[in-house]
Design a protein around this ligand. Sequence first.
Ligand SMILES: C[S@@+](CC[C@H](N)C(=O)[O-])C[C@H]1O[C@@H](n2cnc3c(N)ncnc32)[C@H](O)[C@@H]1O
Length: 213
Amino acid sequence: MRLRNKPWAKDKIEQHPQYIVANPEMYKGKWHEVFGNKQPLHIEVGTGKGQFVTEMARANPGINYMGIELYDSVIVAALDRLIEADLPNLRLLNVNAADLEKYFAKNDVDRVYLNFSDPWPKIRHEKRRLTYKDFLKLYEDILVDQGEIHFKTDNQGLFEYSLMSFSDYGLLLKYVSLDFHKSDYQGNIMTEYEEKFSEKGNRIYRCEVKYQN
Ligand SMILES: C[S@@+](CC[C@H](N)C(=O)[O-])C[C@H]1O[C@@H](n2cnc3c(N)ncnc32)[C@H](O)[C@@H]1O
């Protein structure tokens, strides 16, 4: 993600606490208070400009969604999208996924989406990959039992690494496609990166994995 410095981004985020949750640690274990219902919660870790979560929330009003993004200069684009869509079942969190356990308790989350996560190809950066074992432990600690991770990428190296990481962790493979856009999967919602890279002719890889606890 190319980052343009936006010095006004912090102020804009603070002005919209109804969309980008302020003090999210207050809601650990009680996110239903934020949404006003007990619908399942699906989170996208590394949501970028938020196209995927917004369209998922619009298409599935019976599920609550949360887009999690580290950079304020990126999440403001998701905020603009959310202001326009004004969906009651969608919120954003401007936090680092490495701190997820500060904001979510066990069973708070029903599904984790990882879309076009930064590949961090150098081995010395392995720990930053969102499918590294420490992140798989974090997701396990906030998901319901038998919770799922749904993962899409155009990066073959990251996909291969992630399948190995999921397998080493003991996750069960439920679905895998090595050319997702040529598969018979119905109802795919595209992310910004997915649109950009598939238009360039890149192949899209996708899998669904499930914890066996
Ligand atoms: C390559 S972009 C993909 C954006 C979007 N999911 C898509 O498919 O279009 C990856 C995003 O993940 C965010 N990200 C990376 N590491 C993160 C972390 N530890 N916590 C939260 N967001 C993170 C980046 O800032 C970036 O916006």
